[in-house]
Design a binder for this molecule. Structure first.
Ligand SMILES: [Mg+2]
Length: 362
């Protein structure tokens, strides 16, 4: 059994990286801070790490609310973005709103087959109007091309693979300061592609004995979905994933809603992708913009935290259940996200009528 050598805090508060001895093949496992409390930091065993991972797999996908008292208290701290719409708009007064949206669980419902996570036509129409009103980006763990096939709107920015694969609008965007610029393309981890392809294949081979498991190649990250796996098999699956990853010290493991994600062990996440996109829009160093980030998953916390640290804009968590989050507000499900986006579009229209000089700012 592999002995844990040490535990290193990563840049993000939401995860901790447990590093194995290099002579034993290296390997990294990311686990939540809550789970860390249950682990022995020095001299803990590999089994304990896997147990922690399994607990984290359960905790990352709550399916029931605990006490209604907890829910009430949570809502007080993270009120509905629909109820707080006027206050949010007031906070954005005089600033350019910039929209960042996760895809799965935010714009589309979570479904058993990730290849069928279709977005409704009404959501697509709303997104199109939104992108005409504000610079808008999709920031997802999915492969960029796959999410584009779901969304099919050229007007948007797409940041796939947790921001490791970024592409700007194909059509010239009115929001790009340098309009002569070519379409924005940014891939900070392209050297990892052969390694990720290899790890993907090994994960497919290793996990094929687990009914319901599904390994998805998202180009710059690999997703091991366990939403259709019997909970009794989660331990076996976690062991299998860990056994593959011990041979890839340059890859790290994180978990989201019913998914384990393997990505390059570099300091790049949805938060840094958000900053990069703001920079691309020429907004990174000014204060006259108001980013709104909406997402439902653990990986979105990096972006929520980035906004909190910068003291700009706001994060909105999509969740029906209380969850620890750096987001300021909440929405319960994709239908509420659509309502919120429609209100934003309406608000912009009314603002334009009231203050046509705002056209000069956009
Ligand atoms: Mg999501």
């Amino acid at each position: 059994m592999t002995q844990m050598q040490n535990v290193v805090m990563s840049e993000t508060k939401s995860e901790v990286v447990a590093q194995n001895k290099p002579q034993q093949g290296g390997g990294y496992i990311s686990i939540s801070r809550n789970i860390l409390k249950n682990l022995e930091i020095n001299g803990g065993e590999g089994q304990r790490v896997v147990n922690g991972l399994i607990e984290s797999m359960r905790a990352s996908s709550p399916t029931h609310t605990s006490l209604s008292q907890d829910q009430t208290s949570w809502i007080l701290h993270h009120p509905s973005a629909l109820d707080m719409f006027d206050q949010i708009m007031e906070a954005s007064r005089g600033k350019q709103i910039v929209m960042f949206l996760d895809y799965d669980g935010t714009l589309s419902p979570i479904v058993e087959d990730p290849d069928r996570a279709y977005m409704s036509n009404s959501m697509r129409k709303t997104l199109r109007k939104l992108a005409r009103s504000f610079p808008t980006a999709i920031v997802t763990g999915r492969c960029k091309d796959k999410v584009y096939n779901f969304v099919r709107l050229e007007e948007l920015y797409y940041a796939g693979s947790h921001g490791l694969d970024i592409k700007g609008p194909s059509r010239s965007s009115k929001y790009i300061k340098n309009r002569k610029a070519e379409t924005l393309i940014f891939q900070p981890a392209s050297q990892f592609l052969p390694m990720i392809d290899e790890a993907y294949q090994k994960l497919v081979d290793e996990t094929k004995s687990i009914p319901g498991s599904l390994v998805e190649n998202n180009k710059f990250c690999v997703s091991v979905h366990f939403r259709c796996v019997d909970e009794k098999k989660w331990s076996e699956l976690a062991h299998q994933v860990k056994s593959v990853l011990k041979n890839y010290p340059k890859l790290r493991l994180t978990q989201g809603r019913k998914v384990l994600e393997i990505r390059p062990n570099i300091k790049w996440d949805k938060g840094t992708a958000l900053e990069f996109l703001l920079e691309s829009l020429g907004l990174a160093n000014c204060n006259d913009f108001f980013p709104i980030y909406i997402g439902d998953d653990q990986s979105d916390e990096d972006a929520f935290k980035k906004l909190r640290d910068r003291g700009q804009g706001c994060g909105i968590l999509v969740s029906k259940f209380p969850k620890k989050t750096s987001a300021s507000y909440s929405l319960q499900e994709p239908n509420e996200v659509m309502d919120f986006l429609q209100r934003l579009v309406e608000w912009k229209k009314v603002s334009m009528r009231a203050r046509p000089w705002m056209l000069m700012c956009t």
